[in-house]
Ligand binder design. Sequence first.
Ligand code: 5RP
Length: 226
Amino acid sequence: MEELKRAVAREALKFIEDDMVVGLGTGSTTAYFIEYLGKLIMEGELEDVYGVPTSHQSRLLAIENGIPVVGLDEVDAIDIAVDGADEVDPQMNLIKGRGAALTMEKIIEYRAGTFLVLVDEGKLVERLGQRMPVPIEVIPAAWRAIAEEIEVFNAEAELRMASKKDGPVVTDNGNFILDARFHRIDDPLDLEIELNNIPGVVENGIFADIADVVLVGTKDGVRKME
Ligand code: 5RP
């Protein structure tokens, strides 16, 4: 599995050129990409490339690997964003957010000229929600009210815990995460919009219709969906 992640991360480098502003996703697959990108920059193979991190985690990793980082409010545009996903359906709709960084990821990836997704073949599903719950970032005080409201959508939502001792997972934005299991997601775009209409929901992990290219790591090589 790690080898498949490394293979897609290496392939993603082909999309990066001098003078690009690159959105840096969060997670174990993107971590390889950040490492490889940093190496190319440090070796002088790429010039004037800047990274816009989607989380504290990817910011620290980028700095550690020698990628100059800038904030979203310091750039005019993002040329390309590169990130992993938890599920990908045949239309390239995604579920993201296992790393609890979904809000900043969506803000940056929505604005990128190209959104490139890196996954291994185990992430491909026929229908979103088949294996993974949909993470929903919520204002802490509203978590219970929202969890109850989610039942209207024929789903059960659970507060994501760091551990019993440490309490709930807190996002980079100071919010909580609900993981919502939907019995069936027929229209990802519609559900994405509906969930964001609930007061107290900051953002949800359905990324419908924003991926431009998906690189899939398989045992037989990297496959491209677009
Ligand atoms: C973080 C994410 C990640 O991109 C997603 O969870 C995939 O991670 P990994 O590459 O570790 O499987 O959405 O919020």
